[in-house]
Design a binder for this molecule. Structure first.
Ligand code: PNS
Length: 174
């Protein structure tokens, strides 16, 4: 039987524990999983593409059937290029459903041979998004437990004094 390759596309700006949870689940059901970071010239990311690739690479180290890559243009074109037959996406809550349904149906219209597979991350992460992580970290709040330690460290480095101040406050409240 042909191995089933899936792509897990997204912005991953930054990678959260919710993403990691989904990667773990996806790696169990697909023969190969490619975490595919969209190079989006319209959006100014917090982390440049190279740093996002680096962080994800570090977090998937040791997982033999998972790799990370980047792409631009249509997700379906990238999927075909790498021989994928499935697109993995996470659904956290009903609020995600409409947007995800639109994308899945548009992708199906563009490329009927490609199936979108939705998986639910652990409920602990049901409120978690990269956007909220960026916002909380930028305003000096703690994101401990919401992102891998490496990402937390990178956020501190990137966001400088306000993030360091929050870390000190957290330490004194312990
Ligand atoms: O993590 P995100 O930002 O929710 O991921 C969105 C992503 C990258 C999956 C989506 O924007 C995408 O597929 N962009 C590529 C352009 C494309 O294929 N558009 C048509 C499908 S709706």
């Amino acid at each position: 039987m042909k191995p089933v390759i899936a792509i897990y596309p997204g912005s991953f700006d930054p990678l959260t524990n919710g993403h990691l949870d989904l990667i773990e689940r996806g790696a169990k059901i697909f023969d190969e999983l490619i975490v595919a970071i969209l190079r989006n010239p319209e959006k100014e990311p917090l982390f440049p593409l190279e740093e996002r690739l680096e962080m994800i690479r570090a977090m998937i180290q040791g997982r033999e059937n998972v790799r990370v890559d980047s792409f631009d243009g249509l997700t379906v074109d990238y999927a075909l290029k790498v021989g994928a037959t499935a697109v993995l996406r996470g659904i956290r809550a009903i609020s995600d459903y409409e947007y995800e349904l639109q994308m899945a149906l548009m992708n199906r219209k563009l490329e009927p041979r490609l199936e979108t597979v939705f998986m639910m991350p652990a409920e602990t992460y049901s409120y978690l998004s990269s956007r909220l992580v960026r916002q909380v970290a930028t305003l000096g709040g703690s994101v401990r437990g919401l992102v891998p330690e490496l990402v937390e460290k990178k956020l501190r480095e990137k966001l400088g004094p306000s993030a360091r101040l929050a870390q000190r406050k957290e330490a004194t409240h312990k």
